[in-house]
Design a protein around this ligand. Structure first.
Ligand code: PLP
Length: 394
């Protein structure tokens, strides 16, 4: 018995593996501070939970259409139209179980062996994994610390070829918290005009977790809506990671293709969850604003604390809930340092290399944890680091 050959090309998301190791240490009695997993530590706001409970009682317990309930597609279309300033119709929306399936299905629907796909590196690991799985050629787009974790548009332009079938962009970004500047976006849009066969997958799952400034989407630029699959969802903005609820907004031909994949995969997204999604979009937004305010406070604590540690420097990200400190001054490789911080300091974080080869020299911390826990983690690292660096220097 053996697995299909294609399976060997599939990657994974290390955050879940580190979480499992951290939990095993906890089970043996160790105290671990979790700064590895990208999930808000808040509860889903009460109005959204109530909407789901009411929907259960109202009978939303049956199968629905594969592309989503008509009322949920309409609510998402109105929301995306308002937030991106471009008109979307309900038939240009698909509701899926999380933001991740938009990546999975878009790549399965578009990529044939040999097709080139440009994707951010370091970036969300599922992009590279899925490009490889579909037999595409991954073309990494370097994300540059010296540009505040934006990319260089001239470098981007050089990667485009007639074989480029898809470009994946992620702003605000995991793992760096970086955002694409208006200037970079303008250059990207201009460069894409010369490659009319290339589609864009714009992963905007952190669109609402922005500290000052406004979220910018490439679909707002003329001509881009028709060639873009926009990914967004409920996991991060409304602290709904476990609900598995996200959506794609894109051209009808691609939405229809993905709906057929959905029929073959999960049939439809849970109906009562989709009713709660409408409440998330249209109900009061004060809980979202409170979460973003709290994240900003935590960001400032972790950035200041990391910059005070020997061998570590950390830029201040302007969005999402991640920092991506440069650890080259410690003399340790990313994986060695992340492993040592877990075993020696009880701090769970991810090596930058979990996000691609270009993440060497960095760690990723998620600051979706309390200020107290972040302060404890920083104190534990301050104690452990000199010892770890001394071992590295030998
Ligand atoms: N895209 C990016 C950049 C992410 O960081 C994540 C989750 O960490 C996702 C997509 C997936 O989101 P979801 O949990 O809604 O599937």
């Amino acid at each position: 018995m053996r697995l299909a050959q294609s399976y060997s090309r599939l990657g994974t998301e290390t955050a879940f593996e580190v979480l499992a190791r951290a939990r095993a240490l906890e089970a043996s009695g160790r105290k671990i501070i979790h700064l590895e997993i990208g999930e808000p530590d808040f509860d889903t706001p009460a109005n959204i939970r109530d909407a789901a409970k009411n929907a259960l009682d109202a009978g939303f317990t049956h199968y629905g259409p594969s592309a989503g309930l008509p009322e949920t597609r309409a609510a998402v279309a109105a929301y995306v139209s308002k937030t991106r300033g471009v008109a979307y119709k309900p038939e240009e929306i698909i509701i899926v179980p999380g933001g991740k399936p938009v990546i999975f299905f878009t790549i399965l629907a578009l990529i044939e062996p040999g097709d080139e796909v440009i994707y951010p590196n370091p970036g969300f690991p599922i992009y590279e994994s899925m490009i490889n799985y579909a037999g595409g050629k991954p073309v990494p787009l370097p994300i540059r610390e010296e540009r505040n974790f934006d990319f260089d548009p001239a470098e981007f332009e050089k990667l485009l070829t007639p074989k480029t079938k898809l470009v994946i962009l992620n702003s605000p970004a995991n793992p760096t918290g970086g955002v694409m500047s208006p200037d970079t976006m303008e250059h990207v849009v201009k460069a894409l005009v010369k490659f009319p066969d290339a589609m864009l997958l714009s992963d905007e799952i952190y669109s609402r977790i922005v500290y000052g400034g406004k979220h910018l989407s490439p679909v707002s630029a003329p001509g881009m809506k028709e060639r873009t699959m926009l990914l967004d969802g409920f996991s991060k903005t409304w602290a709904m990671t476990g609900w598995r609820l996200g959506y794609g907004a894109g051209p009808k031909w691609l939405i229809d293709a993905i709906a057929k994949l959905a029929t073959n995969d999960h049939s439809c997204v849970s109906s009562f969850s989709q009713i709660a999604a409408i409440e998330a979009l249209n109900g009061p937004q004060d809980a979202v604003m409170a979460m973003v305010t709290e994240f900003k406070k935590r960001r400032d604590v972790i950035v200041k604390g990391l910059n005070a540690l020997p061998g570590i420097t950390c830029k201040t990200p302007s969005a999402a809930f991640y920092v991506f400190p440069n650890i080259k001054g410690t003399g340790l490789k990313s994986k060695a340092l992340a492993d040592a911080l877990l075993s020696e300091a009880g701090v769970a974080c991810l090596p930058g290399t979990s996000f691609g080869a270009m993440g060497e020299g960095y760690l990723r911390f998620s600051y979706a944890n309390s200020v107290e826990n972040i302060a404890d983690a920083l104190a534990a690292m301050r104690l452990a680091l000199p010892k770890l660096s001394a071992v590295a220097a030998k």
